[in-house]
Design a protein around this ligand. Structure first.
Ligand code: PLP
Length: 395
């Protein structure tokens, strides 16, 4: 039996594969410190869990409208209006089962086969996967260590052609921890207006920022019409398993996203949406506490990484990933690239990290090697894991 040809174009989020390898090794009795999965190690705050339990007890267990319950969409619209300094209503919102689903819907809604879409590289691998899946041409936009993992604005301008229909941005960024300045966002907005290009702005890490103020492209006048903002509850509220995300966009596109949702999962779990309302409207101290803890872990992991000969690491501004340069370490160990380094650390030293290539192929002329470590894990794990990496590299 044959599968549809389009499946050949579909990629995968490699962190789940590495996680599978980690689990297998642990089953064999190996002691592995894992920095590979991008999810908070905290539990969902009690007030949010209670809201879902109350909703269950009130039998909020039935189908709801595609695109979200009006009361939840209202809460999201009010939150976004306040935090992005714009005015949106529930008609601008589409709720879905995670931000990932919104990325899938959004790319399907705006790209035709043959259209070009510019995506951040290194970046969250699902962008490129879905662009290819719909028959689009995925055009990588290099993120540069020399620019604190932002991009060169002239390069972005050069990548735009008559066929460009979509530019994807992600700030704060997975896997680099980089963050886009107001000036960078203004350049993207100007390019979008001049060339009539959609912007997919993935802001899933907007609450996890350690310095400065979060900038959203949606705050730039006129950008609501041409932007699909993607956000969700997984990272900020430690709700990865709940599967709760949303889009904010113009009303016409919101209707199309809802039509896609209607054809796919019909609606997002009804009682979860009450948890989402509590997350947005309830006390925010648990988010603040989690971010303060991530900040301490960031400082610790960056210091320990920079203490290793052959590794250098910029201090990430947001999210919970460190993206150290391991070029010299690879050379001194005689390893070809970050993938060999990843395997060497996992199989010989019991530490799981992700190679740069889990986040897209290397850019043209990219000669450096990088790995990603998620520091959404305890300080004890960070200390022990980095001790192992130091020993592995400086042996
Ligand atoms: N966008 C980025 C940049 C991510 O890193 C992730 C998860 O790792 C997602 C979206 C997906 O989030 P969700 O759990 O809401 O589907």
């Amino acid at each position: 039996m044959e599968f549809a040809k389009r499946l050949k174009n579909l990629g995968i989020e490699n962190s789940f594969n590495v996680l599978g390898r980690v689990m297998k090794l642990r089953e064999q009795g190996k002691d592995i410190i894992s920095f590979c999965i991008g999810e908070p190690d905290f539990n969902t705050p009690e007030n949010i869990k209670k809201a879902a339990i109350d909703a269950l007890n009130k039998n909020m267990t039935h189908y709801g409208p595609s695109g979200g319950l009006p009361v939840f969409k209202k809460a999201i619209a009010s939150h976004i209006s306040k935090t992005r300094d714009i005015n949106v209503s529930e008609e601008n919102i589409c709720v879905s089962a995670g931000a990932k689903a919104i990325i899938y819907y959004a790319i399907h809604a705006v790209l035709n086969p043959g259209d070009e879409a510019i995506f951040p590289n290194p970046g969250y691998p699902i962008y490129e996967s879905i662009i290819n899946f719909v028959g689009g041409k995925a055009v990588p936009l290099p993120l540069l260590e020399s620019k604190s993992f932002s991009f060169d604005t002239d390069t972005l301008r050069r990548l735009v052609t008559k066929k460009t229909k979509l530019i994807i941005i992600n700030t704060p960024q997975n896997p680099t921890g980089g963050f886009l300045s107001r000036e960078d966002l203004q350049v993207v907005a100007d390019i979008s207006v001049k060339n009539n290009i959609w912007i997919l702005a993935d802001e899933i890490y907007s609450r996890i920022l350690y310095e400065g103020e979060f900038n959203s492209i949606l705050s730039i006048p006129g950008m609501l019409e041409r932007t699909i903002l993607v956000n969700g509850f997984s990272k900020a509220y430690a709700m990865t398993g709940w599967r709760l995300g949303f889009a904010v966009t113009n009303k016409d596109l919101a209707r199309e996203l809802i039509r896609l949702e209607n054809n796919c999962v019909a609606c997002t779990t009804t009682f979860n949406q009450f948890a989402g309302i509590e997350a947005l409207n309830g006390p925010q101290n648990s988010v603040d506490e989690m971010v303060a803890e991530y900040k301490e872990r960031r400082n610790l992991i960056v210091k320990l990484l920079n203490d290793i000969n052959g590794i250098s690491c910029l201090s990430p501004k947001g999210a919970f990933y460190a993206f150290p340069n391991v070029t010299k370490a690879c050379k001194s160990l005689g390893l070809k690239d970050s993938e060999e380094f990843q395997d060497y650390l996992l199989f010989n030293h019991g530490v799981a990290v992700l190679a740069r290539t889990s986040f897209g192929k290397k850019n043209e002329n990219e000669s450096e090697e990088y790995i990603r470590l998620s520091y959404a894990t305890s300080k004890d794990n960070i200390v022990e894991g980095l001790k192992r990496i130091k020993k592995a590299v400086e042996k």
